[in-house]
Design a protein around this ligand. Structure first.
Ligand SMILES: Nc1ncnc2c1ncn2[C@@H]1O[C@H](COP(=O)(O)OP(=O)(O)OP(=O)(O)O)[C@@H](O)[C@H]1O
Ligand SMILES: [Mg+2]
Length: 384
């Protein structure tokens, strides 16, 4: 049987690169399915620790640690992009690594990713890349409008970004972002932010959730709604983009695609913001809305099991709990009185400002009711 059709059955061992909240939730699903789970994370007390068999505490730069993890696993997947390509290659000598290093190489560099998207005919906003302060100034001059300047590597939750309004800010932006390669994007007027989640198994089976509608505050996700109440034509187009990306990237695992809806010259238009080859914050509601959560779907995909249904059985919303929100003294009981709500805390020991500590979810008869409920539950938490 070829590697791509071999089933890695329950009872086998799944390795996860990264033991943050996404790794923790993947591990919980894997355990429900009967898998053993081992993770690699620099922090021995990471969020996944209480729910996995073993944490290999090592730097994400340590390629030999990836091999050590893979030596004890039947398949390895990942929950973050900031990984060493040499490490992914080293792990692949021992067991399948899904998704593989080729996909990570494109995605972990925001500049390379935008270039790949544009070269492969996917719609993106106007952008430039720059390797120096001089190139940055030239790019800002050429774009001649408000811009988002983003570090090519390492940014998340809006960190590693600088919003500029003129080329005169080039030197300031270059040093604020740590004097490293950047991508410069025209600041777009967004009608809405959407995301799509697609799963593809090594044998080529594809499953796709309907698009979610996402709301950001200060560049960080505040809430997300599934299904996003969208024009059916926009939803269809979003799914088409997700499916086509999964095929062209020969995806093995999950791919989240963040999309911008803009009012284009010929009507509403979708542009790809960025991709993430892993579970995504904007699909946490699949846990309560769908027969198969995104976490279980990842396990199924990388283990070669049949993909589960992505149908939305009932609308759901999630709201993130950041920093002190949802701290130890928060009135959880009051929040959980709101009908249809659930609480997910990630077990992180330290609540730094802006750090994702957990989320609330709510189901409702309509997406709007689910959103109203999750917002009410969150408001009750902050009243504490
Ligand atoms: N070109 C743009 N025009 C308008 N808004 C933008 C643009 N780029 C980014 N944003 C806003 O900033 C948010 C974060 O941007 P982006 O997704 O690129 O950063 P990130 O740090 O990778 O975020 P995350 O890790 O949370 O996905 C977007 O969701 C959007 O709200
Ligand atoms: Mg983003």
């Amino acid at each position: 049987m070829s590697d791509s059709t071999r089933v890695i059955p329950p009872g086998a061992t799944l390795g996860i690169l990264g033991g943050g909240q996404l790794g923790r939730m993947v591990a919980l699903s894997a355990r429900s399915l009967g898998y053993q789970v081992r993770v690699l994370d620099p922090d021995p007390g990471c969020a996944a620790r209480p729910v996995v068999e073993h944490v290999l505490a090592a730097s994400f730069d340590d390629a030999s640690a990836y091999a050590e993890l893979a030596r004890h696993c039947d398949v390895v997947t990942l929950e973050i992009e900031k990984l060493s390509l040499a490490g992914l290659k080293a792990a692949a000598r021992f067991c399948p690594v899904r998704p593989g290093w080729e996909l990570l190489q494109i995605i972990q560099d925001k500049g390379l990713q935008k270039q790949w998207l544009s070269e492969h005919g996917f719609p993106v906003g106007t952008f430039r890349t720059a390797q120096s302060a001089v190139e940055l100034r030239t790019a800002l001059d050429a774009l001649n409008t408000n811009c988002f300047i983003k570090s090519c590597k390492g940014g998340y939750d809006g960190r590693g970004q600088f919003e500029s309004s003129s080329a005169a800010q080039a030197d300031e932006a270059w040093s604020a972002l740590g004097e490293q390669p950047v991508v410069i994007e025209q600041a777009l007027t967004l009608e809405a932010e959407l995301s799509i989640m697609v799963a593809r198994s090594p044998s080529g089976q594809v499953a796709i959730y309907p698009p979610a509608l996402n709301h950001h505050k200060s560049r960080v996700l505040e809430w997300s709604l599934l299904p996003g109440p969208l024009d059916p034509e926009i939803a269809r187009r979003a799914e088409e983009i997700g499916r086509s990306l999964a095929e062209q990237l020969s995806l093995e695992g999950l791919l989240a695609v963040e999309l911008f809806l803009i009012d284009g010259a010929n009507g509403p238009e979708l542009l790809v913001n960025e991709m993430a080859p892993r579970p995504h914050n904007t699909f946490h509601h699949t846990e309560v809305a769908c027969p198969t959560s995104q976490f279980e779907q990842l396990v199924r995909a990388v283990c070669g099991l049949p993909l589960g249904s992505c149908e939305v059985l009932r609308p759901a919303a999630i709201a993130n709990l950041l920093g002190d929100e949802g701290g130890p003294n928060a009135p959880f009981a009051s929040a959980l009185e709101v009908p249809g709500t659930r609480l997910f805390l990630y077990g992180k020991r330290e609540a730094r400002p802006g750090r994702k500590m957990g989320h609330l979810s709510a189901i409702g008869a309509t997406p709007q009711e689910a959103l109203a409920r999750v917002q009410e539950a969150k408001a009750r938490l902050s009243r504490g």
